[in-house]
Design a protein around this ligand. Structure first.
Ligand code: FES
Ligand SMILES: [Fe+2]
Length: 399
């Protein structure tokens, strides 16, 4: 893989056109960004059936620690059991739907519904109910909390509302093997923040799938240290992808990472370049030896969204995270705001009749790959014909 990516960067830097035989993309129909019918399909058939990053195990460290996940609409409880395992349940009592917890996070011994007091264990079993004499022959075993699929990559917790979803690690294909080099089990949670942006979620997500915009939007930041002409891309099945962009100078080190503990098992692709993964649909993560952000894109209705950034670092040996992190997060926010401010301006123009569609070039192919996967997830037969993308990239996906 290292050799292939290095050769890929060299090839890309020196090419004068796309590789022979690479197709010109048909336009991505503009309605995919603004049409309420399409966006409702996207929500029900893709977002509510996808593996979505929810939290890190450090955020719910002890038996009974829980947090709420609300990003797909229905409130979902993520809780650590007495056996140490993390599970997810709808926050919905089996009696009449009362909430089991009302806070966004906390620690409890078990769940007691605040409406009529039905009580459940941390692993979701109904164990007691008030005035049991009035429920004739009720079999408690049949009224466990409704669970949500909850699986881990290292200590990172993902949920999926589709009970029949392919297991997380299988659906991630080649990504878990690539992640081994940053020792997932040694990555500790540092910090998270959320920013509200007035644009459709894809408007901003698209900007994190390409580096074509560096010279316009990040002239004084990212463009100074990354050379977008050498960017090499790997497309994987299920919509996932990787983009590796070389540093302009091989000896360049992000000043924000100086003095931080690093993981020494990373390859030179990670230590000397900028590799950025997309876990379809909404997790973008540029991994580094000194720690990584998970950048998450969440729809909030059709025309607004939240971007969340969760930070992790190699275990620093206990206590508060090193103070150096504050500076690093501030630097990152500055770059992030260059993207978010522009995304709101783009949203206004994509809502205009002048927006007919998205014309993508060879180096923007991750965005097309993402849209092809979206149609597969929705089920192309459900997508109105004028809003479908023409499958184009099958021969360029690495199996
Ligand atoms: S709704 Fe939960 S006990 Fe009645
Ligand atoms: Fe950007």
């Amino acid at each position: 893989m290292v050799r292939r990516i290095k050769a890929g960067m060299e090839y890309e830097a020196n090419r004068t056109a796309p590789p022979p035989g690479f197709p010109q993309f048909p336009p991505v129909p503009g309605g995919r960004y603004v049409d309420p019918v399409f966006l409702a399909l996207e929500k029900e058939r893709m977002w509510r059936r996808a593996w979505l990053y929810a939290c890190h195990g450090d955020e719910i460290p002890a038996a009974g620690s829980y947090l709420m996940f609300r990003k797909t609409g229905s409130p979902i409880l993520i809780v650590r059991g007495k056996d140490g395992l993390i599970r997810a349940f709808y926050n919905t009592c089996r009696h009449r739907g009362g909430p089991l917890v009302k806070d966004e996070n906390g620690k409890i011994e078990g769940f007691v519904c605040s409406y009529h007091g039905w009580s459940y264990t941390l692993d979701g079993k109904l164990i007691n109910l008030r005035d049991r004499r009035d429920f004739v022959d009720l079999d408690l075993k049949c009224f466990s909390l409704v669970d949500v699929r909850c699986e881990m990559l290292g200590n990172w917790v993902f949920i999926n509302e589709d009970p029949n979803a392919t297991p997380l690690l299988e659906s991630l294909g080649g990504i878990p093997a690539q992640f081994e080099q940053i020792k997932p089990l040694e990555q500790r949670f540092i910090h998270k923040a959320s920013y509200h942006v007035k644009c459709n979620v894809k408007v901003l997500l698209d900007a994190f799938l390409e580096v074509y915009h560096l010279k316009s939007i990040h002239t004084n930041t990212v463009d100074r240290f990354l050379d977008h002409r050498g960017t090499t891309i790997t497309l994987w099945p299920h919509g996932h992808s990787l983009m590796v962009t070389p540093n302009r100078r091989p000896d360049w080190v992000d000043p924000g990472t100086r003095g931080m503990r690093t993981i020494d098992t990373v390859t030179e692709i990670v230590s000397k370049n900028n590799p950025s993964f997309n876990f379809f649909p909404n997790l973008v993560t540029p991994i580094a030896d000194s720690g990584i952000p998970f950048i998450l894109f969440w729809p909030d209705g059709d025309n607004e969204m939240d971007i969340e950034v969760h930070w992790f670092a190699p275990d620093w040996g206990g206590g508060e995270p090193p103070a150096l992190w504050k500076q690093r997060i501030d630097n990152f926010e500055r770059i992030l705001f260059e993207d978010t401010q522009f995304a709101e301006v783009i949203q206004r123009s994509v809502q205009s009749p002048g927006f007919k569609g998205v014309m993508l070039n060879y180096q923007e192919r991750r965005i097309y790959h993402w849209h092809e996967e979206l149609d597969r997830r929705i089920g192309v037969e459900h997508v109105p014909v004028p809003l479908r993308v023409v499958p184009t990239l099958a021969d360029f996906v690495e199996r």
